[in-house]
Write a protein that binds this ligand. Sequence first.
Ligand SMILES: [Zn+2]
Length: 115
Amino acid sequence: MAARRHISTKARVQLFADHGGRCHICGGKIDGIHERWDVEHVIPLELGGADDPLNWAPAHVACHKAKTKKDAADIGRARRVHARHIGAKSPSRTPLPYGRKSKLKKKITGEVVPR
Ligand SMILES: [Zn+2]
């Protein structure tokens, strides 16, 4: 996980005001006395989001947790797509049944013979 910048109390207060004291995920008001909230990354760092105020927004802890769970799936997918894109994906070790790399071949008559 990437290192995150420390967000000062002053910056949190400013961010809270900028977003009208609303959770950017559910849009509900954040009651700072009775509810815990986080400053979260709108675009996750792992998906190329910036670690700066433009990408920060307040969110309820519960909303943040749910979003993180959903983001984890997107991050995993981005990682797999990237690996395939740069050609780093290891070749499949299980050949297609009766394919060219299989030890068996299926003749046009349907007979299965060793290759
Ligand atoms: Zn919320």
